[in-house]
Write a protein that binds this ligand. Sequence first.
Ligand SMILES: [Zn+2]
Ligand SMILES: [Zn+2]
Length: 174
Amino acid sequence: MQIHGKRIDFLVLWNVFKTLLVSLKITVSKKVVIKSTCLDPMCSTCGNPTAKIEIVGPNAYPQDALKWKTADYIHYDKFRNFNSNYLIYSGPGGNNGYIGDPIDLNRKAALIDAFTAPYNPIEMREQFYDMAGYCAACDAFYCSKHWSTTTSGYGKCPKGHGKSLDPHWSPDIE
Ligand SMILES: [Zn+2]
Ligand SMILES: [Zn+2]
């Protein structure tokens, strides 16, 4: 029993030590390179970003990394494939977390193309269901506050044009 107890203590200590070592490696020797392309559209009504569309380059970190805690770096390094470009998205209809998803070069080019004026609604819809807050009738972007989104995920722009911002919403129900 005593040996068993000691072994657990040793394992606990070892895990603490390992965690400290990893934190130390990150905070002391790790070079954090922030390199990304941000395509965030602006709200036509208030000027705030309507969505966050950030493409993080290989071997790089997103802009938000400046504000991260050590635990965020550990988590990021564990799940991020540093060979790939990553897309971090957060819009009126949802988001894909702070790590995002790996994307290939074709997707990267399509994203930049879709969210660079002149805007093409079909291309934007192919990228994100909520189109990063774009209203095709106005040819303008609005933030989630100005989309006046209801709980069903249906939104109305300040000029009254309606659309679904949530992929789970079905036009047949309402
Ligand atoms: Zn707004
Ligand atoms: Zn509109």
